[in-house]
Design a protein around this ligand. Structure first.
Ligand code: PMP
Length: 277
């Protein structure tokens, strides 16, 4: 596999960083997870905008223009020889190693959960407060999320719901959360402590297109347990239905009709749009 590192494609064995790298020492860096379908990169510009905004917030200097880095993503996808896959773009404050791009295959959840839904638990680990490392920053500081995910796995669940410091719903460890109640789609606002997910944006666009009412709303655990339908969104996860929270059955306990419509349209967009490489 070829990895793009500091301006050129190198073999996997050569793609190494220094032990002095600030990404390793302090988690001082940023990343993006991007999908490509049929050799087309899905929402490349949105991912690049988010990367550069996060770098700006962390006062991290990216020594490439957005266009140069977008071209590097395409170059890496072309070199991978894959039609479909996942790109991991990493940038650190470095010790001379500003960043790399990896394009590989991915499958996050068991295929069965896309048919039958996934079970969540509520994690005892809270999402960061916005006045610490702001959750809108896709930084290399993922320890809270990793602890929460391990808590879920220990309890036999695939993902964990993370609350913010007020006890309101923020998101899951690697995905945004949506519910459907009485025909309206709800998701927490980013100010409640979630990442401004690109897939979340796509779902809100789909709702407008399909004329499904959608709203950003503060929610707590009660709101989720009483939902008619629930699903998660993320680049790696795509759109995945949720049928259980902490052992409560959500709605009918099966993938709901609104979720199914949104999922189908998402798959269509993913397969037919994007930046060609
Ligand atoms: N929340 C968190 C914490 C994430 O890490 C991610 C990305 N894996 C998401 C939400 C989903 O964001 P996106 O749709 O941009 O991948």
């Amino acid at each position: 596999m070829k990895i793009w590192l500091d301006g050129k494609l190198v073999e996997q064995e050569e793609a190494k960083t220094s032990v002095f790298d600030h990404g390793t020492l302090y988690g001082d860096g940023i990343f993006e997870g991007i999908r490509f379908y049929n050799k087309r990169v899905f929402r490349l510009e949105d991912h690049m905008d988010r990367l550069y905004n996060c770098a700006h917030y962390l006062l991290l200097d990216i020594p490439y223009t957005q266009e140069e880095l977008s071209n590097a993503v395409c170059e890496t996808v072309a070199a991978s020889g894959l039609n479909d896959g996942y790109i991991r773009l990493v940038g650190t404050r470095g010790a001379g190693e500003p960043g790399g791009i990896i394009a590989d295959k991915i499958s996050l959840y068991d295929p069965d959960v896309y048919e039958n839904g996934l079970a969540l638990i509520t994690s005892s680990v809270r999402r960061n407060r916005p006045d610490t490392v702001c959750p809108q920053v896709k930084s290399l500081n993922y320890l809270n999320n990793i602890l929460a995910k391990m808590e879920a796995v220990r309890q036999g669940a695939a993902e964990a719901l993370m609350l913010n410091d007020l006890g309101n719903v923020a998101e899951c460890t690697g995905d945004n959360i949506f519910i459907v109640k009485d025909g309206t789609v709800f998701t927490p606002p980013v100010t409640d402590g979630c990442l401004d997910g690109i897939t979340r944006r796509v779902v809100l666009e789909i709702c407008r297109e399909l004329q499904i009412p959608a709203q950003e709303k503060t929610m707590n655990r009660f709101t989720i347990t009483c939902a008619d339908e629930c699903f998660l969104t993320g680049t790696a996860a795509e759109c995945v239905p949720v049928t259980k929270l902490d052992g409560y059955q959500l709605g009918s306990g099966k993938i709901g009709p609104v979720t199914a419509r949104i999922l189908a349209r998402f798959q269509e967009l993913a397969q037919t749009t994007g930046t060609s490489c």
